[in-house]
Write a protein that binds this ligand. Structure first.
Ligand code: AMP
Ligand code: GLY
Length: 433
């Protein structure tokens, strides 16, 4: 089969790497890909946002399956466009992807179906949102309705900050159209957990759990980023939580979508907050998580290709997914300054020395080939994943690999998965504002 992976991050490298292992995979294309995907398949210079060019490429090259990595093309309707041309594609339609692309849509659907989530108000007018803030306890969380490159969620510690954020988003166009409507919600305390479900419209299979580290600096300090590391399985998950997750979240959600005549096919990743009263939904994502995917897929023993295909054909229920029971730890290497200003074009060394370590996978994100070598080309540069017999062993191995890799102004967190090896209470403390 010919497979096209759309996107250029560590998640897409991990997807391409895993799909390449399938006995049915003949050729892998990546649009636009990175220096890592170029080693697995063929990079094609089409941006993930150029939907018509993607359709044209898939048609001309008789691609048997297209796999979409990022959220934007899904929200823009790439799956609908492919479907019109009878081109097989993994991912939800534009209508189903609203679960991620409209936080108001997601919140209302959760409310209608009794799905546990933060208490919230949804607003189209700033004076209504401001009045609501007079009545609630602080801190509160203000969320732009639309996609805002992962930056549209802001915690307001007091009414003055809340007022200025609401004004910036709703009246002054911070985040553009995405911020014209907002959700204002209760601040939830607890620990976060990322679930991934392969959904075929009516049925689903869960992947292994993971947790990510969103803040830039050790001890969960500094600004939010796209993700500085992850580990799998999550240390705050249990059989009891999983049972509740099926009953109170996944089944009501799929039922609620069906009532609206919306069919979700693809990867649904609910971000959860686990508190004293169980799991509540923070958000829905309609694609694989980054960097969770880089932690989860190296643990997957089964062939990923038929699993993705089964979401399209409605056959997920018959699929079994086998896992390596060993935990994984993923450390992201970023450019100095990320998530703010950073420089690119720095030569990267030590990749092959690091790759020689057993049970280590190096996934590229912001990298490109230049002058016979590989240089940095983005904020998040690499994601290094290691498996180990324990989370401590996986951690030690991941950092062993990380210290063999060098580029100027490389920044990474030293405490990825650390709390999982010591005390869960540390996590509870750090998610409070
Ligand atoms: P979202 O894009 O909705 O997942 O929000 C991004 C991040 O903001 C989440 O992963 C949480 O760390 C945090 N967050 C979102 N909503 C809340 C909430 N209601 N209470 C506390 N933290 C939140
Ligand atoms: N790990 C966060 C995300 O993929 O949205």
């Amino acid at each position: 089969m010919k497979i096209l992976v759309v996107g250029s991050g560590g998640r897409e490298h991990a997807l391409a790497w895993k799909l390449k292992q399938s006995p049915d995979a003949e050729r892998i294309f990546c649009t636009p890909g990175n220096a890592g995907t170029a080693e697995i398949g063929e990079n094609v210079a089409i941006s993930a946002g150029d939907l018509r060019a993607l359709v044209r490429f898939a048609k001309e090259n008789r691609v048997d399956l297209t796999v979409i990595g990022p959220d934007d093309p899904l929200a823009a309707g790439v799956v609908d466009l492919f479907a019109m041309e009878d081109l097989p594609i993994f991912g939800p339609t534009k209508a189903a992807a609203r679960l991620e692309s409209s936080k108001i849509f997601a919140k209302e659907l959760m409310r209608e179906n009794g799905i546990p989530t933060a208490e919230a108000g949804t607003f189209e007018r700033s004076d209504d949102a401001l009045r609501f803030c007079d009545r609630v306890r602080f801190p509160i969380v203000i969320k732009a309705d639309g996609l805002a490159l992962g930056k549209g969620v802001i915690i307001a510690p007091d009414p003055a900050v809340a007022r200025s954020i609401i004004d910036e988003m709703m009246n002054q166009g911070r985040f553009g159209e995405a911020g014209r409507r907002v959700v204002v919600e209760e601040f939830l305390r607890g620990t976060e957990c990322s679930l991934h479900a392969l959904v075929d419209g009516t049925r689903y299979r869960l992947l292994q759990t993971a947790r990510d580290h969103k803040r830039a600096l050790d001890g969960d300090a500094g600004p939010n980023t796209g993700g500085m590391g992850a580990f799998s399985p999550a240390n705050n998950w249990s059989a009891e939580l999983e049972d509740q997750f099926h009953k109170k979240i996944m089944r009501p959600l799929l039922r609620g979508l069906q009532e609206k005549k919306i069919t979700f096919r693809g990867l649904l990743y609910p971000g959860l907050m686990i508190g004293a009263d169980g799991a509540r939904v923070l958000e829905f994502n309609c694609r694989f998580g980054d960097p969770e995917t880089q932690a989860i897929l190296p643990r997957m023993k089964s062939d990923l290709l038929p699993l993705l295909e089964s979401t399209i054909d409605g056959r997920i229920e018959g699929c079994r997914i086998e896992w390596d029971q060993r935990p994984s730890v993923t450390v992201v290497l970023a450019s100095g300054g990320y998530p703010d200003k950073y420089e690119t074009g720095k030569p990267i060394s030590g990749l092959s020395e690091a790759a020689k370590l057993g049970d280590v996978q190096i996934f590229h994100a912001g990298t490109r080939r230049a002058n016979g070598g590989i240089v940095t080309a983005g904020g998040r540069v690499l994601a290094v994943t290691a498996l180990g017999s324990t989370i401590q062993a996986a951690r030690a191995r991941a950092y062993d690999a990380v210290t063999r890799i060098h580029f100027e102004e490389c920044h990474y967190r030293r405490d990825i998965a650390l709390a999982a090896t010591t005390n869960e209470r540390e996590f509870i403390k750090t998610t409070s504002p």
